[in-house]
Each structure stands twice: as C-alpha cells, then as structure tokens.
Design a protein around this ligand. Structure first.
Ligand code: XMP
Length: 517
C-alpha cells in the first residue's frame, strides 16, 4: 500500500482519488501522526508527500520522519512536499520574494527520458510542454545532491526534479488537480515504477475493512444509527459482515420520512441482511415537539437534539456499547483535518449525531473514512445492495420537516408524502431518475383558490424541486419539458387531495439552496 503524508494541502484528497482511479490502495495520514514507529508498522511500498500551506522556515514546520528516506521506497514530493524533500536531503529552499506563483504554468522538459515522465510531455511538434497548476510562495533554489532537473517552467527552474537512483521524485506543481490536465499520467508512472500493478478492487477493500473492524472492535459491542441513506447502510452491512450480532442498529423514525420509506428500509435490513435492528418509532415525540414551530433553524435544532436523546435512550436500553458506527466519508474527514481557511458561515445546521460519542464515552467505528461517495456506492454493489437502493437520491436528516416551510402538521405531511410519491413516480416512469441529483416536493404554507368540477377549492400549493449537481454544493434546476411538467401537475392535483396548485422551482444554488429550509 501507498502512504500519503498530508502536510495540510487543500487538495490532498485528490491525490488519493487519482490513485484509487489507478486501482492502487493508499491511505492519507496527517504528518503529526507519521512517526518512525508508524512508518515501520505501515511498511509503505511508496510514499507521497502532499503539498501544504506552511513554509519550511516556519518554527515547527511540518516534516516527515527521517526514516522515510532510508526505507528504500520511492517517494514523490508535491509542492511543499518537494521543498521538504530538498530541505531534508541537503538542497536549498528560499522564501518567495517575487517568485511566488499561483495558477497556470507550462513545464518544458529538460530531460524527458525519466521513467516518471514517460508519455507525459506533449510531442515536440505539439509544443512539447505540459500545462500544470502551481501554487507556491517559497521555491527550491538549489537541489539536493543526487538530484537532477528534468523539467522547468519560467518561474520554477526546478519544476521537476528527481534522483532516479534512489527513486526520489519531486515536483513543484500539483499533478492531482484538474488544471494539470494530464497529471494523472504522472501518478500512473509513479505507481508503476513503485511496483503497483493496479489490482486493488472494492472486493479487496471489503476484506481489508472487515479485518480492520474485527481488530478494532474485538469482542466489544457496536451500535449504529441507521438512516436508510447509502452511507450508513453500507457501513452497517460491512460491520455486520465483520462482527455479526455484536452490532445493533437503531433506526430512529421521526415521523418525517417519505411514503412507505420506514417500512422499506426496516424490511430490507431485517429480511435480506438479517441485521439486528431496532425500529424506534418516535414520531409522536418529534411531531409533538415540532408542533407550532415554523422557524427553520429551530426545527433543525429540535430534530437534531431529539435524535441524539432518542438514540442515547435506545443505546442505554441495550446495555450501552463501547463503539458507535458512522458512515463518515473521506471528504468529511479531510474537512476537519486540513488547515482550512477559517470559520465559515453556518447556512444551515446540519443534522448528525455529533457530541454523542463524548457524552456516552464511545469510540467511533468509521469503515468508510477513506472512501469517496462513488466508491461507497461501488462498495455497496460489492456487498449486494440492490442498484435502486444505491442510486437513491440523498435525503436530509431532518426529513420532510424542511420541505414543509412554516408549521408542520400531520395533515400537511400526509399531503406532502402523496405528492412527493407521484412526482418521483413520474420521474422514474420517464427514465429521468438517474440524471437528477435530487428531486422532491415542498408543500407551501399557503392555500390558494382553484376550481375543480364546478366547485371552488381552497387548498395547498406545492413546489416541485429537481436539481442536477455533482456534490450538492452547487446545483442547477433540471430542465424538464413542458409536457412533463404539465402531466405531473395534472397527476398531483387529480391524485392528491389537498393540493390544487403546482409550481416548479427554477432557482439554482447559489443563490438558492437545494432544500427549502
Ligand atoms: P442544501 O439545502 O444546503 O442541501 O443546498 C445540500 C444537500 O444536503 C442535504 N441536506 C442535509 N443532509 N442533513 C443531511 O444529512 C441535513 O441536515 C441536511 N440539510 C440538507 C440536502 O438534501 C442536499 O442534498
């Protein structure tokens, strides 16, 4: 396996991503935890030093352990990783002073015969140079003994350096980012010369993850808050496969799920996976506490607080557990590990079981910590989860509460569930489900006048929402045809009593958000 030592770059996770695309198994560990003992235990076949925001001149500047260079394994240093390598091996790094470089640059070969560069540089008749992305303040001013220059850019005479004898490679730019369009080739060359054949698969991941879970948990008890979402489901099934009935799942039913959803989720896990599962029907409690509440943040806080309370109650009733399982993904991990640029504004208080492990003195089991979302889906397929389940649109923790602006009533929730089911049915029937990131109905806190048959109606209006997105951070509305919208509106008004007006929300994110609250 390959070790990535994280010096705090914002894009370290992209290095992992590129390697997984090459079917190479890697793990990222923050530099603080990579000690000599850690290295000896990890026994990497190759190491990558990530970039980072620090300067090698700073007090306590992040450094790799000295033994990294004596293991006899290939090392690739990226940006700060290059500077660290030069600094440690006898080269020289200088402060910026006008040579800082941010953005697009072009590297030309000084010697393209280096195996790391095989097939990378464009052919001479195509200009011979490659676009790369630079982002550095300090720069290398003298390379370490044994190293040579293999590529240069106007502002980085040491853009690509290497000591092929020892298999140490160091580049000033970031091959992992999108703006180094052919950077993946460099990673491919690096892992090949380190001896990786690219045989890492989700099947292998499954085996390794199971062994790790067993080693961590021993004979201890684990509980898991199962939401029915892909992440917690995959985590639960994997852990169940590892430790069987030492795992108990709690499905907290807050009464804010979609039509038939609780029955489907609970049924699937009990019948197909034989997983010990408590169906905690707490809808009375949640809906009671939400009665009369219309402020979105208050709703979120009430739901988040109750969720933890209920989960804790069931955990205690089970006699407690030493471990809490969570479907934390890699991007969530890196957000909390890397040196981010200061506190950001809270747009919405997201719902999770935060704070619970400390309160109950539990340790975390997070078998998906190293995976990206699409990899979790691949693992889900590997574990035999049905395709329609894996491909389901995301559903927010606070459920329908945030799709019911204003006060939440059982009547409105019932109407909303039915309208939502018709909309999703329409989308599936037209074969659009997989093209859409998320689709749902919001019931509006307004009644409008209509005419049906010969009578007057005074019913709720609703809004359809369907967006495309890659990560939920930005989104655009889905361009349904007028025919589709017309047919859907007719169906909802005919089939759902209580709605007499349908609108389509065409706001992108930003400035809107995907959910209405
Ligand atoms: P917004 O509305 O902020 O949503 O554009 C972005 C994505 O996050 C989902 N979402 C949540 N997911 N707990 C969750 O697990 C929450 O509290 C929550 N709020 C929003 C939303 O459905 C969309 O996919």
């Amino acid at each position: 396996r390959l070790l990535i030592i994280d010096f705090g770059s914002q894009v370290t996770q992209l290095i992992a991503r590129r390697l997984r695309e090459l079917n190479v198994y890697c793990e990222i560990h923050p530099f603080q935890t990579v000690t000599d003992a850690f290295l000896a235990g990890f026994a990497p076949k190759a190491i990558i030093f990530s970039g980072g925001p620090a300067s090698v001149f700073a007090d306590g500047a992040p450094m790799p352990p000295a033994t990294a260079f004596t293991l006899g394994v290939p090392i690739l240093g990226i940006c700060y990783g290059q500077q660290v390598m030069m600094h440690c091996l006898g080269g020289k790094v200088e402060r910026g002073h006008g040579t800082a470089e941010f953005g697009r640059a072009f590297v030309t070969p000084a010697d393209a015969t280096l195996p790391l560069l095989k097939g990378w540089f464009a052919a001479p008749e195509n200009g011979g140079r490659e676009q790369v992305w630079m982002s550095h303040g300090d720069h290398v001013s003298a390379i370490a003994p044994g190293f040579q220059v293999y590529g240069t850019s106007p502002n980085a005479p040491f853009a690509i350096t290497a000591d092929p004898e020892r298999h140490f490679y160091a580049v000033q730019f970031h091959p992992e980012v999108h703006h180094t369009p052919r950077g993946a080739k460099l990673y491919e060359n690096f892992v090949r010369l380190a001896g990786f054949t690219g045989d890492w698969t989700m099947g292998a991941y499954r085996e390794e993850a199971i062994a790790k879970i067993r080693a961590q948990v021993g004979t201890g008890r684990v509980i898991c808050a199962l939401s029915g979402g892909v992440d917690s489901s995959v985590a639960a099934i994997l852990i169940h496969e590892a430790i069987g009935d030492q795992l108990t799942c709690v499905y907290v039913d807050h009464g804010l799920m979609r039509l038939g959803e609780s029955e489907q989720v609970v049924g699937m896990f009990r019948e197909h996976y034989n997983l010990p599962l408590i169906h905690a029907d707490e809808s009375e409690l949640f809906l009671g506490k939400l009665d009369g509440v219309s402020d979105p943040e208050t709703k979120r806080k009430i739901i988040g607080g109750l969720f933890i309370e209920v989960f804790e109650k069931h955990a205690k009733a089970l006699g407690g557990a030493e471990f809490l399982a969570q479907g934390t993904l890699y991007p969530d991990v890196i957000e909390s590990v890397s040196f981010s640029g200061g506190p950001s504004v809270t747009i919405k208080s997201h719902h999770n079981v935060g704070g619970l492990p400390e309160r109950m003195n539990m340790k975390l089991v997070e078998p998906l910590r190293e995976l990206f979302k699409d990899e979790v889906r691949a693992l889900g397929r590997e574990l035999g989860l049905p395709a329609h389940f894996i491909g389901r649109h995301p559903f927010p923790g606070p459920g329908l509460a945030i799709r019911c602006p204003g006060e939440i009533t059982r009547e409105k929730l019932d109407i909303l569930r039915k309208a939502d089911a018709v909309f999703i049915d329409q989308i599936r029937k037209h074969g659009l489900y997989d093209e859409i990131w998320q689709a749902f109905v919001a019931i509006l806190p307004v009644r409008t006048v209509g005419v049906m048959g010969d009578g007057r109606t005074y019913d709720f209006a609703c809004a359809l929402r369907a967006v495309t997105s890659v990560d939920g951070m930005t989104a655009d509305y889905y361009p349904f045809t007028h025919d589709f919208l017309g047919e859907t509106a007719t169906r909802i008004i005919n089939e759902v009593q209580g709605i007499n007006r349908v609108t389509y929300d065409i706001t992108s994110k930003p400035p809107g958000t995907i959910e209405w609250e």
